[in-house]
Structures are given as structure tokens and as C-alpha cells.
Design a protein around this ligand. Sequence first.
Ligand code: SF4
Ligand code: SF4
Length: 330
Amino acid sequence: MNILWLQSAGCGGCTMSLLCAENPNVFDLLNGAGLEFLWHPALSLETGSEVRALLSKVESGEIALDILCVEGSIVRGPNGTGRFHMLAGTGRSMLDWVQSLAPLAQHVVAVGTCATYGGVTSAGENPSDAVGLQYDGTHKGGALAANFRSRSGMPVVNVAGCPTHPDWVTETLLLLAAGALDHTALDGFGRPRFYADNLVHHACPKNEFYEYKASATNLSEIGCMMEHLGCVGTQAVGDCNIRGWNGEGSCTRAGYPCINCTAPEFEEPGHKFTETPKFAGIPVGLPSDMPKAWFMALASLSKAATPHRIGVNATSDRISVPPSLKKTKP
Ligand code: SF4
Ligand code: SF4
């Protein structure tokens, strides 16, 4: 299968992330699955007239398009023309190209939260009118219509994340190539469930602190970051702490709160990313599927039961109280 990859209004970080695929690297992995790039703006040698000729052949149907990947949001301004972002040398906007090519593709894949829901590019007053491919934030309908379907009958596959994990992209492409990803494998926001059925909270190394609501108060401390530092790992989808990044990392493993970058409108939480909004001292955003009354009851119980070791370590920048040794029988 071939892949045409277009980079629209984003930072290019999702391609940078893709290059971090390892064991095997992204090229060996895709080649092994019979996938090849028709063209990728950063990874292919072709440029200028060669690319224009290629796009014409795809558009005319001379080259069948298997997978269209789009990275970055689609700019619709000014006034719906998309001319704030022209595809250089073609005299046409990226909006125009995407709307023309997407119906020709067997599958359309939005790579990263800019391409899925608008992401960082659409933050603030959004003067460029940036949107995702099939979503405008949480609302269906972006550069493509809400009811858009590719030739396979699938909606846009939304590989959200800012940046998105390299394995989420390669696994999606491999599943599509194998005919093993249908609409039942996507969640309510079009994200592949193989990673979106997990929460970032799963396998976070701070889970012991979370159990007792033993909380960090500053970014350098090792306690749970939910209560004071804005972590929404209990609500954010992603297997970041199970699969790891670059072999082992994740935001919370590195001591930074999860900011829910796989979700629509994560870019504007309405408060600082590193602050937990509270009402009467209680965090406003509660863990997914947790009734408020239960959370409050459990939180106060577990705080009362916090072992000395966990309470002290939570506000330390390293383990200062080790686990006590289990007494052995004489
Ligand atoms: S989703 Fe994030 S990393 Fe990817 S292009 Fe947009 S801003 Fe960059
Ligand atoms: S830091 Fe966040 S992800 Fe980790 S245990 Fe606390 S709430 Fe969960």
C-alpha cells in the first residue's frame, strides 16, 4: 500500500516523533508491512515539479491512493478560502488539496491533535480558522464534512496526541494495511481503541502516591500531581505509561503533569496546565467513571491512612524515607 503524507499547519513534531520509532525503525517497519511513502515532505527526496506531477497523477486517478496521512490542522481562513496556507507552487490551498484528495483515498489518517481536532494551531482566537480534518474541537465537521467517509467506508482515523506516539501511527498503518481496523476499533472521537481504551494513569509510577492522595506541591516533587499540579492522567486516554516513549519515558514519569493532549480542545483548559482547578478545595475534574461522592469519601479515608513513608516522599524530590524492612521470624 502507498502513503501520501501532507504536512499542514502544525509544528512538524509528529513527524519528528515518528522518526523515534525503534525496533525496527520506521522505514524498516513500514517496508516489512508492504507500506511505502508515495511522498512525505520531510522524508522524501522529491520536490517542486516532481511533487506537483505526483499530486496530479493521484488526483486524476492515474495513481491509486491507499492511505492519505495529514499532519497539522487545516487552515480555512480567510473567509473559508484556505488561502492563508497555500501548498507552495501549486496555486491551491492545502484545504483545497485535502478536500480533493481525501475522497480518493482508501483510508484517511489524521496524525496528531492538530490534524484530528485543530490542536495548538487552533488555540486562542484562532484567526486562521484552523480545524481538524473531521472535527472542529469536539464538534464533528472540520475541513471534511461530519459524514465524510473514505473509499473504505471509514471516517477519518484520528491518531490524536501532541505529538502523537510513533507506535500509535505505525500500528494504525499496519492494522489498516492488514485490513484489521474497522470503525468498531475507533472510540467516540475516532481514536484507535488499541491505545485509547487505556488511561494515562494506568501504570503511572506515581500510582502509590495517588492511592493515598499523597500529593506533590511543586513540580520537582515525586508525589501524585492530580491534586495540585493539574495532572489529568485519570481522565486522559493513552497508553503512555504502559508503552512508554523512546523506550521508557512519559510525561508523568518525567515529573510533568498529563495535560490530556489526546483530547479535543486540550490546548485551552481554561487554567494553567500545571494548576488543578478546585471548588471548595476539591479538584473539579474527577477521575473518569468516578462518582464525586465516592471520590470524596475515598480521598478523605486514604489521606487519613497515608503511611509516613509515602506522605514524606510525596513532597521530596527523591525518596527520602525507604520502605521499612519486613521483620523476619527469629
Ligand atoms: S499535534 Fe502537536 S506535535 Fe503534532 S504538529 Fe500539532 S503541535 Fe506539532
Ligand atoms: S501523577 Fe497523574 S497519572 Fe500519575 S498517578 Fe497521579 S493522577 Fe495518575
